[in-house]
Design a protein around this ligand. Sequence first.
Ligand code: G4P
Length: 524
Amino acid sequence: MSNIQEINRRRTFGIVSHPDAGKTTLTEKLLLFGGAIRVAGAVKSNKIKKGATSDFMEIERQRGISVATSVMGFEYGDYKVNILDTPGHQDFQEDTFRTLTAVDSVIIVIDAAKGVEPQTEKLMNVCRMRKTPVIVFINKMDRPAQDTFTLLDEVEEQLKIKVRPLSWPINNGPDFKGVYNLFDRSLKFFNPNIQEIEEGMKFEDLAHPDLENHIGDDADVLREEVELVEGVYPEFNHEAYLAGDLAPVFFGSALYNFGVQELLDSFVRIAPTPRAKEAEERVVEPLEEKFTGFVFKIHANIDPNHRSRIAFVKVCSGRFERNKMYTHTRLNKSFRISSPTAFMASKKETVDEAYPGDIIGVPDTGNFIIGDTLTEGEKIHYKGLPSFSPEMFRYVENADPMKSKQLNKGIDQLMDEGVAQLFTSVFNGRKIIGTVGQLQFEVIQYRLEHEYGAKCLFEPLSMHKACWIECEDEAILTEFKKRKHQKMAKDKRGRDVFMADSMFILQMAQSDFPDIKFHFTSEF
Ligand code: G4P
């Protein structure tokens, strides 16, 4: 198969949702279709149990399993599908945001009863930032749901994206009868007792009285609603979807395997092939001859006896070949990757080649950090891996003076993995760790002890936000840094960060220094 054929058949995407909307269940059902797993339950075990904020065994177990399930590739018809797993736990949302830089499209799962939830909105904001095409799957139709039109309005308003239903539910909850596929005009019946996939039944003309024989009293409602849908929503526009301006919507019940195959079939048909990627220097097209790729995730210490890590590299252009020399542009060094792994079906295997859209696992002994770029020599640095301002801050102190080297190394490596962010106070030189959730502090403490033999203590620090600052006028910046000396810090890359104690202090600083830009992400 030629490069272009290989690229065109790839679909690399992520599934995101607010916890509990059904992401895991849907992922599992898609994998069952793809033959990547054989029994239900295989993905479930990858979840951190609800409320487990300090269950370290669970976290460790999860880390072990999630290497295998971080990327799940399978063949589906002529397509090669790659699902990138995103952690469901809110405290790991930064990990999810980074994974979203490596996908070409996204499926957002929404609970039909709960509608759009806070986490859904945050994730959609990230998709919007990168114009990622989005498909919406409204799940749990077997349970009492909100009115369908109200739900769609909510999606449009809160997720700030136009929608176009491609299927339409017939009732919901205990009376859920199935969906009408608006695309190929067929009826699909829901039966909670039969989870096998049945072909949809062609039903071009909803006015036909035979409809009553199939869905009884719901026939009239369906007729009215579909008429309204066709009147209110414009035709599905593929270009608008690919541009990230329009989200097709499907309805179903992942638990009962209903609507999932329909989703997958439509997905492979309409979802984008690997997209061009913006680097600092230029835009790189997947069809370019030379290989480029970037690290979007690092997974450490799969085997605690060896400090091994796996760097996950998304192939962006050209063809990756095993044992070829590639340039690590940040270090300006050449590397030969001799045992890259691919994640196909349920096993991890060494691969000889990979194409744009694919993810390869590269064993690493500490050369890679998130965002690193590999090329055939060209100086390219991929953009798009922002750090967000953390929401919790603690001073980190060494609790075992004999182990300070281990502590520094451990903190360094954990930060490279993206577990949390490190800032160093300009005022007193103390190290500050910033995270999105409480769970990360516990993970850091635990991992420092178990993997690096170091002990640390955290000291509370009341802080509102870390803001990266920027100003065209150097003199104003210098004045600001002088005035705010006690609150200035450097991030890991040595950039200036203003640590605002409170929203009020931040607003004051913003009004006192209108020429300074305060950024809440590290990429601007
Ligand atoms: P998440 O990954 O988005 O957090 O959600 P997950 O798939 O784990 O689903 C959360 C809960 O919702 C699970 O129930 C799951 O079985 C249920 N669920 C998912 N899809 C559907 C659906 O289409 N219909 C119905 N009725 N339920 C659905 P749980 O009781 O929390 O877990 P479990 O004990 O079933 O594993």
